[in-house]
Write a protein that binds this ligand. Structure first.
Ligand code: ASP
Length: 234
């Protein structure tokens, strides 16, 4: 499996990314390290050499498969290619926003394919005035829409991240075909997300919450908010 990962922070717009890498246990940690260096986007062997030289943990490609895939592997059956994407946005006590995205790409992608996830503006973006975004979905469609930057720009005028995420999703649907989702966070710590795929697993926590909220589809969050309103009015 080939991996892409990148990270960006809002204060200095420092960013770093690795693309089409194999054998790295935590490509996002390597991307974090690259934020302090130049060049800031390293591919394949160059990224792997950088990781080795900086003491990052290397692994066998088979270490990155899940339990079910491992069972097939151990029985010498064909392993189903089921890559996953993890995106994250965070705001610290100093008001610095960070976005990070890490992916195994899309199913059965050919060697050398690079998606949106490690491309600043597409798979991730952060702006100190507006907010931070991480995206997931069909990279070939996310890239021309510059989805993460589009979503962050929609936060201007104090628009709520949920509304901005929904608007970004509408723009995506109007302009291209395919599936995409995004998570957004603004400098006030307000959270928003939207997706046009059937589901998208999301978890978030703010300083006002004592445990994380966890959902697999936007509709489940909307239902739970409705339930909360009903129980409060009773
Ligand atoms: N956006 C990723 C890519 O195209 C895949 C995903 O998020 O599911 O590589």
């Amino acid at each position: 499996m080939y991996l892409d990962a990148a990270m960006i922070e809002s204060k200095t717009l420092a960013w770093g990314g690795v693309v089409a890498v194999r054998g790295l246990s935590h490509p996002i940690s390597v991307a974090r390290k690259i934020m302090e260096e130049k060049p800031r986007l390293l591919a394949s062997e160059g990224a792997e050499r950088f990781a080795r030289d900086h003491g990052f943990q290397m692994c066998k490609p088979t270490d990155l498969i899940d339990y079910e895939q491992r069972q097939h592997f151990e029985k010498q059956e064909a392993v189903i290619d089921r890559p996953a994407t993890v995106g994250c946005v965070a705001l610290d006590a100093n008001g610095i926003l960070v976005a990070g995205t890490s992916t195994g790409g899309v199913a059965n992608q050919p060697p050398g394919r690079v998606g949106d996830s490690a491309l600043v503006g597409c798979g991730l973006y952060a702006d100190g005035q507006l907010g931070a975004c991480s995206t997931t979905g069909d990279g070939e469609s996310i890239i021309p829409v510059v989805l993460a930057k589009t979503a962050v720009d929609l936060l201007s005028g104090d628009r709520h991240p949920d509304e901005a995420a929904q608007m970004a999703s509408e723009i995506f649907k109007q302009k291209v075909t395919g599936e995409a989702g995004c998570i957004l966070l603004d400098p006030q710590g307000r959270v928003g997300w939207a997706h046009n795929s059937q589901g998208m697993a999301v978890a978030y926590i703010t300083s006002a919450m004592d445990k994380p909220a966890v959902f697999t589809r936007k509709e489940s969050e909307l239902y739970s908010q409705k339930d909360l309103l009903v129980s409060r009015s009773n």
